[in-house]
Design a protein around this ligand. Structure first.
Ligand code: SIN
Length: 328
């Protein structure tokens, strides 16, 4: 690559296993997530300088199980600031994998840019044998520096695979091949820094999104109610009493729930709670079977929660919220 064509890629760190350190290389699980800074990750892949000119910053250093919607919002604001800079051609965000799919979808809905944005994590800490962090980061920079990544929304890059943020699901609790794209599969591969796309996302995202960071001040609380046989419907009341503005139901199969839960939802929706139904199943569509209940379609409960929070933050009507679930 010539000096002139070299892209300027910013790496924004947020912690996670990709930056995890432990005493022993055999400590695959007992480590401190986010203990290493982005610079020390980049030091492990000096060849990345051949792919792009790199700048970096540690936005935060957390285990992603401690990420909150407020953190996603402030990280999105910093990412938007960086992407608005003419001196930044693309962005890589490092994250813990536990809530990476939510962060990636949040950014996919709020970053008004066609510039490439890659979100990357790892399953093995930086200090472990066979750590996947350095190669995942190398590949994420390659994706962010590739013109083919422009306009494709936020891209999740792990294990040589590129997945649309909307579809990325962490499906394996412990092994490297954890992120998959569900019903819609992967967009492409990135191997040893070589990027190849085979598909592009169809849903609205990034530059075509109606969720403008400037309009979002607070994210109203939204909880997830997980169905199980005999689930106590009164927990829905507890959610409402604790201040939830919306509830996402992770229903059985195509979005079913018990009669008791249905009655409670009916009552709470009459009182103004916005309710969205999704499925506990990994793939397929959830159907809304109560008046006023909104279908989350094929979105996972955790992604539906992100979209509902943003829709409520923008004061959208129930009709518009239902439209958003069809469009994003
Ligand atoms: C985390 O999400 O911060 C820990 C787990 C991981 O990154 O794989």
């Amino acid at each position: 690559m010539t000096e002139q064509a070299r892209k300027r890629i910013f790496v924004l760190g947020s912690g996670g296993t990709i930056a995890g350190l432990a005493a022993l290389p055999t400590d695959f699980f007992g480590y401190t997530a986010g203990a290493a800074g982005v610079e020390s990750l980049l030091c492990r892949i000096p060849e990345v300088a051949e792919l792009a000119e790199i700048s970096s910053e540690d936005f935060c250093s957390i285990a992603s199980e401690n990420a909150t919607p407020e953190l996603w919002l402030s990280l999105a604001r910093r990412a938007a600031e960086l992407l608005a800079d003419d001196a930044v051609d693309g962005l890589v965000v490092t994250s813990g994998t536990d809530t990476l799919e939510e962060l990636a979808y949040f950014l996919n809905l709020t970053l008004e840019t066609a510039k490439p944005v890659a979100v990357v994590g790892a399953m093995r800490p930086l200090s472990a044998y066979g750590t996947d962090g350095p190669v995942n980061l190398y590949n994420a920079v390659a994706v962010a520096a590739d013109d083919a990544s422009r306009g494709k929304g936020v891209l999740v890059v792990l294990n040589d695979t590129i997945i649309a943020a909307r579809d990325a699901v962490k499906q394996d609790a412990s092994r490297l091949h954890t992120f998959v794209g569900g019903d819609f599969g992967t967009l492409g591969y990135v191997m040893a820094g070589e990027v190849r796309f085979f598909a592009a996302p169809c849903s609205r995202h990034t530059y075509n999104s109606e969720f403008h960071l400037a309009d979002i001040h607070d994210l109203p609380p939204v909880d997830i109610f997980y169905m199980s046989g005999g689930a106590d419907a009164r927990l829905l009341n507890v959610m409402a009493d604790l201040g939830a503005s919306g509830v996402v139901v992770a229903g059985f199969g195509n979005g079913t729930f018990s009669d008791a839960v249905g009655e409670q939802l009916h009552e709470l929706m009459n009182e103004g709670l916005v309710c969205v139904v999704t499925s506990r199943c990994q793939t397929g569509q959830a159907r809304a079977t109560l008046p006023g209940l909104i279908s989350g379609g094929d979105l996972s409960p955790q992604k539906a929660r992100v979209l509902l929070m943003l829709a409520l933050a923008c004061n959208l009507s129930n009709e518009d919220i239902a439209r958003c679930f069809a469009e994003y």
